[in-house]
Structure formats: C-alpha cells, structure tokens
Design a binder for this molecule. Structure first.
Ligand SMILES: *Cc1c(COP(=O)(O)O)cnc(C)c1O
Length: 428
C-alpha cells in the first residue's frame, strides 16, 4: 500500500521497519560500533559512497537509520538522520548550509538553548543571526534578509512562549530570497503538524520530548523534505553543489539528487567530524515511543485544554497562554496549522509575579519541577530562573518569556487530578 495514503497513526506504528519472515517483530538494536567485511575493496566502496552499507556507527547504524526513516515518513520527508540531542539536530541542520561569514534569520520566540546557539555559539563561529518577531509583517520579514542569508529558522510552537509560527509567511519569505526554511517541530510533532506540507524545507526535532515521550533518552532528528533546489542557488550552497574535497571530491547534489544530498552531506561530513550520534539503544527507545505518539498527543492535548480552561477561569491567575483557548493571540493560527490540537504545554502567570510563581510551584504535588517538558509525567518550570536565565529582561520579553511565566507540561495523568492539584497549590 502506498505509504502516502496511510494515516499518521499507522505510520507511527509501522513506518520504516517491516519485519520479514522469521525476523524480530520489534526494531533490532544493533549495538555494534563497527561492521565486518571480507575484503578491503568491499570496504573501500562504502567509503567512496559507491555501495551502501555500514562500517562505523559514528556515521551510520542500522537501528538509528530505521528509526530515522520512520520519522522521515511521519514528516513527509525524503531522508532523515538521528542526532544525540535536539541541540545537535538544530546545530547540524544549520551548519550543514551555513559557514563563517553567513547569516540566519530566526523567529525571536524560540527555545532558550536554540537562542543561545544562534546568538552566542554560532556567532563565535562567524555566523550572524537576526531575530525577528513572529508578529512581523511580510515587509519587516523581507527587510531582515541580507545577501549572505543562508537559512530561516523558527519553531512551529515556541518553547516556552507557545507562540504558533505562521509557517507559510516564513516559508514564502525564505523562498523569495532563495533560502530554505528550517522548522523545529518538537512541540507539535508530526501528529499535529507537518511543516513540510506548509512549505518548510527542513524539519528538526528534539526527540527527547514527545517522540520519546517517557523521559527516557536524549535525542534529535533532522528531516529533509527533498524539495529545496540547492542547485538553483548553487552560489549560496557550494558545500552541496561543488566537490567535497574532504570526501573524495563528491558533489552531493549530483550524486544523491535533491532527495538525498542534504542528509548525506550532514552524515558523511558533519557527523563524521563532530560525532554527535544517537546511540542505537536510545534510537530503540525512540522507536518504541513513536509507536504510541498519536495516542499520547491526543491525551496530552485534551489534558492541556482542560487545564488551560481551568486556569483561565481562576482569579489567582494573571494570564494563560494556550493556543487552544479562544481569545488566545494565536488561536486562528492554531486552527489553521494545528487543527487537531497543539501540544500539552500551557504557560501562565500567577498573580504576584516571580515570587508567587515560585511559591505556587513549590506546593504542587503531582507536577514535579523539572528542566523538561513533554513526557508522560506532568512537570513544570520557571524559565526566567532556569532555562532562560542567561537572557536579560528585554531579551526575555522578545522571546515571549515574562518573569512570572510558569511552563506547565501536562502529562498523561487524569485531567481531574491535575486540576485538583493546581487548585490546592493556588490555595483554592
Ligand atoms: C528541548 C528542546 C530542544 C533541545 O533539545 P535537547 O534534546 O534537549 O537537546 C530544542 N528545541 C525545542 C523546541 C525543545 O523543546
């Protein structure tokens, strides 16, 4: 049956792996650093990318490739690679097409770690970034581009600001300037939004979150849509369109076409040199997590909707941000891009500011305080004193993170219990 026609739930369970007669039902963990060959010439063909196969798990491993293929199918991409973390995915996705002297345009409302990566670490590597409000007009967005701009970056649903990105607005600006749109789809997951369908060219994930779903294993993933025509902008992307002297003079777009060039380069060049692999064991956990992603996302969203509605009606709560609440700034964007629900994370402010937020969190019994979101266990965080503490007040506000913001990630418990817990912590 054509994979395109299968529903997202069927893909969660089956994509990427079909056991043949007598083979393991579950994706096998190939826990081996290396692979054995009968002759040096057999291995030479692999190194020259003339034959496909495995030789060293820093470059590729069958378990990781199987799970990556599942995610590629879920997102509607042509190729994917797993990475050791979400941060590694974002970095490799951008560094695969940007070098010193280049420039990136990014939505300002992004994950704190990604903001740091773009504003500090990649800047030290000579790659500049202009941050722009997701509320920008098309003209303002257009004006953020420079001749050396190589990529546009944003998050489908920003962590922790929970702003919904107008993906089509960012995609059309990127394409008008001949550059790809890279979308971090961690919070929405391909169950709730597939950014490639809205014009994104590359999708990245922190698989640590909903995809794993149980707080078990760090991981990331990069998916290529295969749609961006690097060769039409060859002068911007010499790494993809001219011979790679570090890899036997291969020109990735010529050898692997648009469907494979970007991920092959990221694998053979960046993973080879930077080594931020996901372990086969972690990939296995991820593969198992993906099997129930469609069921879990529905429950996470139902819980978050009920919690958000409760908070919105409580007079000790100053404000609530959840895209599923009518009246939310991004309600219409969410209806367009996330018609089946957004995510399980709700953010809100407790009246009394920073101190009240911290006191409230200390009284919660079910929700634990964690630097984590998006798994089966409800947890909460005060970003201004943790993940975002490197930002000054102006940067916090631009990122959509006020000092009183509590990020509350609804797990898979019963909504009534979560609400009762919040009520007692608020002193109701
Ligand atoms: C957590 C997160 C990341 C970073 O992922 P790690 O797996 O922790 O490295 C990136 N983007 C978003 C949206 C995240 O929530």
């Amino acid at each position: 049956m054509c994979a395109e026609k299968l529903g997202i739930g069927t893909k969660c369970v089956t994509a990427g792996y079909a056991a043949k007669n007598g083979e393991p039902r579950q994706i096998p963990i190939i826990q081996s650093t290396t692979f054995k060959y009968d002759s040096s010439s057999d291995m030479g063909k692999l190194f020259d990318l003339e034959a496909s196969g495995y030789f060293y798990s820093r470059l590729q491993n069958p378990t990781c490739d199987t799970v990556a293929a599942r995610i590629a199918e879920l997102e509607g991409g042509t190729a994917a690679m797993l990475t050791g973390s979400g941060m590694a995915a974002t970095f490799l996705a951008l560094f695969n097409i940007c070098s010193a002297g280049d420039h990136i345009v990014s939505s300002a409302t992004i994950y704190g770690g990604s903001f740091n990566l773009l504003s500090v670490t990649m800047k030290r590597m000579g790659i500049d970034c202009t941050f722009i409000s997701p509320d920008c007009t098309p003209e303002e967005l257009d004006a953020a581009f420079k001749p050396n701009t190589k990529a546009v970056f944003g998050e489908t649903i920003a962590n922790p600001a929970l702003r919904v990105l107008d993906i089509e607005k960012f995609a059309s600006a990127a394409h008008a300037h001949g550059v790809p749109l890279v979308i971090d789809n961690t919070f929405a997951t391909p169950v709730n939004c597939r950014p490639i369908e809205w014009g994104a060219d590359i999708v990245v994930h922190s698989t640590t979150k909903y995809m794993d779903g149980h707080g078990v294993a760090l991981g990331g993933c990069i998916v290529d849509s295969g749609k961006f025509d690097w060769t039409a902008h060859a002068e911007k992307y010499p790494g993809l369109c001219t011979p790679d002297e570090s890899y036997h003079g291969i020109t990735y777009t010529e050898r692997f076409g648009l469907a494979g060039a970007y991920i092959t380069k990221a694998t053979c060049q960046l993973m080879r040199d930077l080594g931020t692999v996901q372990s086969p064991q972690n990939a296995f956990y991820l593969g198992v997590g993906l099997e129930s992603l469609h069921v879990r996302m529905k429950r996470h969203c139902e819980n978050a909707q009920k919690v958000a509605e409760f908070l919105a009606g409580n007079d000790k709560v100053a404000w609530v941000t959840y895209a599923g609440l009518p009246g939310n700034k991004d309600y219409e964007l969410a209806r367009k891009y996330l018609p089946n629900g957004s995510c399980g994370v709700v953010s809100f402010g407790v009246k009394g500011g920073r101190a009240a937020a911290e006191a409230f969190m200390g009284k919660l019994r079910i929700a634990s305080i964690e630097t984590h979101v998006a798994d089966a266990h409800t947890c909460c965080l005060h970003p201004a004193s943790s993940t975002h503490r490197q930002m000054n007040d102006d940067e916090l506000i631009a990122a959509g993170v006020t000092p009183d913001l509590v990020r509350y990630s609804c797990g898979l418990e019963d909504a009534d219990d979560l609400i009762a817990d919040i009520a007692q912590a608020l002193g109701d």
